[in-house]
Design a binder for this molecule. Structure first.
Ligand code: SF4
Length: 373
C-alpha cells in the first residue's frame, strides 16, 4: 500500500474498534470467548449465516458442553445434532479434533498457531480466528466479509485473479492489525462486512470507514472481490418409501464416499433412458435384491448441496411378492422405523425435507407448515 494510505491505518483501527464496541451483536460465543465455544461457532459459521447457526449452536452446547463430551460421543449423535447445517465433513473433523485435544492436550486447545493449524478441519482462516478471538493473539483473519470490506475501502478493482487478490487481503489484514487488540479488530472487520458493507447494498452513511473508503469517491461501492466459481451440476434421483405396517425402510450409507454414515431411503440416480419409476424399481433390485412396484408419487424435492444440486423424486412403493428380505449390497445397515422415530437418525438434507413432508411439517410443494401459522 502507498505510504500516504498507510498513514490512515491508525485512524482506521481506531474507528473500527470504536464502532465494534458500540455495534457488535450479542452472540453466545462472544460471552466468554471460551476456545471450545469459539471453535464450534467458527466451524458452524463456515459457509453458513449467523441466524441459521444460532439454534444449532445452542442445541450443540446443551448436548456437548465441552471438548470431552464431543470426544466421547458416537459419531451418529454428532451427525444428528449437525443435520441440516450440511457439509458433514465439518462435524466429522470436529469429532477427530476433539479426540486429539483430549489425548494430546488434556481436553484444551493448544495456544500456538502451528499446533492449531495441524488439527483436522482447521485451515488458515479458522486457525487465525481461534488464535485471535479465543486467545487475543496477534493473528489476522480473512473471510468473505473482510475481503469485501478491504476490496472496497482500498478500491482494489477487479483486474487480478482470486488467488492474487487473496494474498493482498491477507497482507492488508496483517498490516492493519493493532497489536494486542486482534480479538476485537478482527471481529470488527467481519461484523462490518456482515452488517454494513453488504454484498449488494452497502450502507455507506452508517459506515465508520466512510471517510477512508476509496471506492466511495470512485463510485465503486458495489464492487465485489473476484471469486473462483465452482460449477454445480444437477442430478436426478428416485427414492422409495417402502412401508411394513407403520414402519418405513431406511438404510445407512457406507463410511466412505459421498455423505458417509448418513441414513437414507433406498434409491439412486435416474439414467438418461429411464423414468423415475423405472429407476426406482432397478435400484431396489440392484441394491437390495427386492422386487418392488411404484404406487403413488409423494413429492419432488429440490436441494442444493455444496458441489451439486439434486432433484429427488419420491414414491411410495410395495413389494411385488411377500416374503422377500432385503440383501444389503450398497448400504451397511438397514432398519424398519416408525415415522416419529426418523428424527433420531441423521439424513442428507433432501431426505430430511422428504421426512418433513411425511410427518406433516412441510407441504409437498416445499413450504414449511410452521411458517403459515
Ligand atoms: S463506505 Fe460503503 S463501500 Fe466503503 S467500506 Fe463502508 S459500507 Fe463499504
Amino acid at each position: 500500500m502507498p505510504n500516504d494510505l498507510k498513514k490512515t491505518y491508525p485512524r482506521i483501527r481506531e474507528s473500527m474498534l470504536r464502532w465494534f464496541r458500540d455495534n457488535r451483536r450479542d452472540l453466545p460465543w462472544r460471552r466468554s470467548y471460551d476456545p471450545y465455544r469459539v471453535w464450534i461457532s467458527e466451524i458452524m459459521l463456515q459457509q453458513t449465516r449467523v441466524q441459521t447457526v444460532l439454534p444449532y449452536y445452542e442445541r450443540w452446547m446443551e448436548r456437548f458442553p465441552h471438548v470431552r463430551s464431543v470426544a466421547l460421543a458416537p459419531e451418529e449423535d454428532l451427525l444428528r445434532c449437525w443435520e441440516g447445517l450440511g457439509y458433514y465433513s465439518r462435524a466429522r473433523n470436529v469429532h477427530r479434533t476433539s479426540k486429539i485435544l483430549v489425548e494430546a492436550y488434556g481436553g484444551e486447545f493448544p495456544r500456538d498457531y502451528d499446533s492449531v493449524r495441524r488439527l483436522p478441519g482447521i485451515g488458515a482462516y479458522t486457525a487465525g480466528a481461534l488464535m485471535s478471538i479465543a486467545f487475543n493473539e496477534d493473528f489476522p483473519v480473512v473471510d468473505g466479509n473482510v475481503k469485501r470490506v478491504f476490496h472496497r475501502v482500498f478500491n482494489l478493482g477487479n483486474g487480478r485473479g482470486a488467488h492474487e487478490s487473496d494474498r493482498t487481503y491477507w497482507a492488508l489484514a496483517a498490516e492493519l492489525l493493532p497489536r494486542g487488540q486482534a480479538r476485537d479488530f478482527n471481529q470488527a472487520l467481519m461484523e462490518l462486512g456482515a452488517l454494513v458493507c453488504l454484498p449488494s447494498n452497502p450502507s455507506c452513511p452508517r459506515c465508520p470507514l466512510e471517510g477512508f473508503c476509496a471506492s466511495l469517491g470512485a463510485g465503486a461501492v458495489h464492487e465485489k472481490p473476484p471469486r473462483t466459481r465452482k460449477k454445480t451440476s444437477a442430478i436426478e434421483v428416485s427414492v422409495g418409501l417402502l412401508f411394513r405396517g407403520e414402519e418405513v425402510f431406511i438404510q445407512k450409507r457406507p463410511p466412505e464416499g459421498l455423505m458417509p454414515n448418513l441414513w437414507e431411503f433406498p434409491g439412486g440416480k435416474i439414467r438418461d433412458d429411464e423414468t423415475p419409476e423405472e429407476a426406482l424399481v432397478r435400484e431396489f433390485r440392484e441394491e437390495l435384491n427386492l422386487g418392488v412396484r411404484c404406487l403413488d408419487p409423494v413429492a419432488v424435492i429440490r436441494h442444493a448441496y455444496t458441489s451439486f444440486r439434486v432433484i429427488l423424486h419420491a414414491y411410495r412403493c410395495a413389494l411385488r411378492e411377500g416374503g422377500q428380505e432385503p440383501v444389503l449390497r450398497a448400504a451397511v445397515e438397514a432398519r424398519w422405523v416408525g415415522l416419529p422415530q426418523l428424527d433420531d437418525y441423521a439424513f442428507p438434507a433432501a431426505n430430511r425435507k422428504l421426512i418433513e413432508i411425511l410427518v406433516g411439517r412441510r407441504h409437498p410443494d416445499g413450504r414449511s407448515r410452521g411458517k403459515e401459522a
